[in-house]
Design a protein around this ligand. Sequence first.
Ligand code: AKB
Length: 315
Amino acid sequence: MKRILVTGAAGQIGSEIVPVLRKRYGSDNIVAAGHKTVPDRELLEGGSFCQIDVRDYNAVENIIEKHHIHTIYHLAALLSAASEKDPQLAWDVNINGLRNILEAARKFNLSVFFPSSIGAFGPSTPAENTPQDTIQRPTTIYGITKLTGELLCDYYYKRFGIDTRGLRFPGVISYKTMPHGGTTDYAVEIFYAAVKDKKYECFLKQGTRLDMLYMPDATRAAIELMEADPAKLIHRNGFNITAMSITPEDIYNEIKKHIPDFTMTYTIDPMRQAIADSWPHRMDDSAARREWGWRPEYNLAAMTKEMIERLLEKV
Ligand code: AKB
């Protein structure tokens, strides 16, 4: 049986993909590894959890050897706004961390999943129906690390035959763990605020259209790509995937259907607005659909209903 290591396991995507992987492949076959973020009880009690700083190559190697790892979901990274606040740290974690993972993959012949992002695009990228293969001139340090990551993963596949695969995630919306330091965080905060306070102050301006995905679709996409028949993959890294292209007011209007007295105001954060303005509005994900059968299951209405139901159970 394959043993899987998940780095960044206590983060937004990590904390949700680990239970799904444990259920699918057996808890004994999944090693969750976090750094500073404190893991929740489910993560700690549901299987093995260890600490790792992905910038430390020896630590990466030790975990791989100790647990006989075969595949790594490398999710440890700083998000866009956090990266902009500390570009040196962003480079260190997002690039040196990835390089360590890829070098270990080369030594032990491992498969690697790498999450890229809509951040790998920039203002000169076509914003509507953004093609799979197009201009990529990101203007944020986060985007530069994500684009470099895509290229590095392609390089390790072509040069060394390492089985690297990856997705360009849009904003991911979930009710379990809050994202930290992202530009699309508003799309998660808005649900928590609606359920708890019935009001939300949005840091992106009206009309800011971005791609989004509900977490169950995001985790399923990563696993389906890693399980896909390699003979069918023309691309390997940086697959565009999306489920909805929406603005803050689209989410607001959908939430109002469930919470009629919900109100929203806007106080723009110039840094995050500038990041969002440099990203595409709607990606074309037909390559993912064609090559490995990607299909989202949740649209805005289905996601909103479930988000509100789950958050009402939590508060
Ligand atoms: C962020 O906002 O930084 C991330 C992303 C879209 O990559 N959620």
